[in-house]
Design a protein around this ligand. Sequence first.
Ligand code: 4NP
Length: 167
Amino acid sequence: MSNVRVLFVCLGNICRSPMAEAVFRSKLQQAGLDGIVEVDSAGTGDWHIGHPPHEGTRKQLDLKGISYAGMKARQFIGQDNDQFDYIVCMDTKNEKDVRELIDGAVSGADKGRGAEVLTFMSLLPEKGIVDVPDPYYTGNFDYVYELVDEGCDRLLEQVRSALKGSN
Ligand code: 4NP
């Protein structure tokens, strides 16, 4: 595997998945892997297409000095399955919707090809939490940042071993 492509998906693509995109990109830069691993994010909903990250997400990223320059929400499409190696869903509803959209877009012969779809919290099984709680409703962006930071460390380890395995 020469390049690895990671897509984070949530509902609106303004709170959780852009936070994960920005945090993961920053960790890749620190690890010298930003030229090798590509990151993007998308939402299953269409309400915020073209919008920048939510101010709660921007505040967390500003506090940590992490860039979100140029980031704009877009909607997930089933064909993203062909463009990414990992599709990391911030909650189980997003995962269900993503799988349905992929199923609708992929022809029978192509079933089983494409990205590995997983939930973000499956990266942190010891937490015993299934979904990254949506701060659009809870307002708790600090807690989401903690989960995102830890989960992205775990994902980085996973991507490193995938890259090693391919050499
Ligand atoms: P996100 O949060 O999925 O983490 O971006 C949400 C953002 C917007 C809405 C719902 C969730 N909304 O209904 O507009």
